[in-house]
Design a protein around this ligand. Structure first.
Ligand code: L34
Length: 286
């Protein structure tokens, strides 16, 4: 049976580290501030945004929500982002994705000041990650790396397979594994022999968005299986991309959903907001 990596416990540890540093900043008169923008009324986004605000309150970060109606036009949204770029009490700006389809997500992301881009989605931050010289890492892949480290697993020389190639998870995930000297393969919907490739992975990261996509026959005995998926099953229960109860019999380590990567995504946002506040107050060298 696999060891279950407890994302809630690791997220708690990260949060308490952030809380301590926030207190130190506050004693110097600096309160880190995060602006969270939500457009429309997607129920999942609402839950995530509410939790992010609660997390901020718990660690002493100031947060301000901007809830805009679904018919907000792109210019209005970009005008809001610009006004937040210019506010000195706001160190981080997060625009919850997905945005309504009439808005060009890339245009909005590019409008965020790279120094306040706590998601690390801005092309300039993405480029910095590519060359290995960065201040922020995208929250989900950074959270996955923390989970891997927390279990005492080394990536060096390992065969890593990432299923999914999104800009927010798959691509940066592959890059972070590469930075730690993993041998990385990215699989996607056009990949041939997907099962065989996955079955060779020492570290398998599932970021597909499909219920029970990773089955036990795709997992090498003893492998580390990280489940980034968030889906609902036929009973409305939250499930990942991994067929958990079968895969945990084969894997060496596995992350649950809920309680795995999700809490880490939120914890890394707090860490990035703290970093942004430090950088903007010249308390940290880049
Ligand atoms: N801009 N948009 C932006 N940044 C992000 O980093 C995100 N993401 C993804 C969606 N859009 C975004 C998130 O925050 C996904 N995501 C996210 C955040 C938190 C959780 C899951 C996904 C989470 O807390 N998951 C809990 C269960 C929560 C529930 O009950 O629904 C878990 O234990 O997995």
């Amino acid at each position: 049976m696999a060891v279950i990596i407890d994302g809630k416990a690791v997220a708690d540890r990260v949060r308490s580290e952030v809380a301590m540093e926030v207190q130190q900043l506050k004693s110097r008169g600096i309160t880190p501030g995060l602006a969270v923008i939500i457009v429309g009324d997607d129920p999942a986004s609402r839950v995530y945004v509410d939790n992010k605000k609660k997390d901020c309150a718990r660690v002493g970060i100031y947060s301000e929500e901007f809830a805009l109606p679904a018919d907000t036009d792109q210019e209005q949204l970009i005008a809001l982002v610009t006004s937040l770029n210019n506010r000195s009490d706001i160190n981080g700006i997060l625009c919850q994705l997905p945005l309504p389809s009439h808005i060009d997500e890339n245009a909005v992301i590019s409008a965020i000041s790279p120094a306040k881009d706590v998601d690390a989605f801005h092309p300039s931050n993405v480029g910095n990650i590519m060359i290995g010289k960065y201040s922020f890492l995208p929250c989900t892949p950074a959270g996955v790396m923390e989970l891997i480290h927390s279990a005492g697993i080394s990536v060096e020389g390992k065969r890593c397979v990432v299923i999914g190639r999104s800009n927010i998870v798959g691509k940066p995930m592959a890059m972070l594994l590469l930075h730690e000297n993993g041998t990385v393969t990215i699989c996607h919907s056009r990949t041939k022999d997907l099962k065989e490739i996955c079955a060779e992975a020492d570290i398998l990261i599932a970021a597909v968005g499909r219920l029970k996509f990773v089955t036990a026959d795709m997992v090498k005995p003893g492998a580390v299986v990280i489940d980034v998926g968030i889906n609902r099953d036929e009973n409305g229960k939250l499930c990942g991309d991994v067929d958990f109860y079968k895969v945990e019999k084969v894997a060496g380590y596995i992350t649950p959903v809920p309680g795995g990567v999700g809490p880490m995504t939120r914890a890394m946002l707090l860490k990035n907001t703290l970093t942004a506040a430090k950088l903007q107050n010249a308390l940290l060298m880049e």
